[in-house]
Design a protein around this ligand. Structure first.
Ligand SMILES: C[S@@+](CC[C@H](N)C(=O)[O-])C[C@H]1O[C@@H](n2cnc3c(N)ncnc32)[C@H](O)[C@@H]1O
Length: 190
């Protein structure tokens, strides 16, 4: 079983991770990010502030529809630096910010819709972070089926996803992305 890791652990790994170098279409996570965005588009008609919790190097900012103001949050200074550098080199969108945020010590940021791709399993207080989101707000998360380094938990079945999040989300859909070993969870904060 993996374990929760500090920011320095991510700081060391991001610059070396092949999944996060190069253009977005070369990343093995592209399918997960695209499936997350499909749920975002399905769940909310208006724009507003889209919050990306545990944004890492910020690839999601490239896929978010332009009606949204994108705000990414993460505790890895290296990941935030990579995100800002990528955005500077080829601006993804007009309204795009990356902020330092630690899920353990900081309040859940404010926003109109929340995404969290491959992040909630990295922290113990995943449910507490989600409970900081106002009632009625859409949330879309990708969650791993398999264990890996840095994971506090993983989700072998759809039932595991539903069991963990049913008290904080009115679950709309759990989609299995079997070849990518991920579930996409969409729900409304309740
Ligand atoms: C597997 S990466 C996912 C990054 C990105 N969401 C993606 O889909 O590529 C997990 C991210 O969670 C962040 N993270 C882990 N624990 C955190 C915490 N306590 N507070 C904020 N971010 C954290 C890491 O820095 C890392 O960027």
């Amino acid at each position: 079983m993996g374990q929760v890791e500090p920011a320095e652990w991510y700081d060391e790994r991001f610059p070396e991770s092949r999944s996060y170098q190069g253009p977005i279409q070369d990343s093995p996570f592209l399918g997960v990010w695209m499936a997350t965005m499909v749920e975002v588009i399905r769940m909310r008609r208006e724009g507003g502030v889209l919050v990306d919790l545990g944004c890492g190097p910020g690839h999601m900012a490239e896929l978010v529809p332009s009606c949204y103001e994108y705000r990414g949050y993460d505790f890895s200074k290296v990941a935030l630096g990579m995100a800002r550098a990528r955005h500077r080199a080829a601006p993804f969108r007009a309204r795009c910010e990356f902020h330092h945020w630690d899920a353990v010590t900081d309040e859940t940021p404010e926003g109109d819709i929340f995404v969290a791709t491959e992040f909630l399993e990295h922290i113990e207080r995943d449910v507490k972070v989600l409970k900081g989101i106002p009632e009625g707000t859409p949330v879309v998360a990708s969650l791993p089926m398999k264990d890996s380094a840095g994971h506090a938990r993983f989700f072998p079945t759809e039932a595991d996803v539903r069991k963990r999040f049913k008290y904080c989300l009115d679950i709309q859909r759990v989609t299995s992305l079997l070849p990518l070993n991920s579930f996409i969870l969409s729900g409304i904060r309740k």
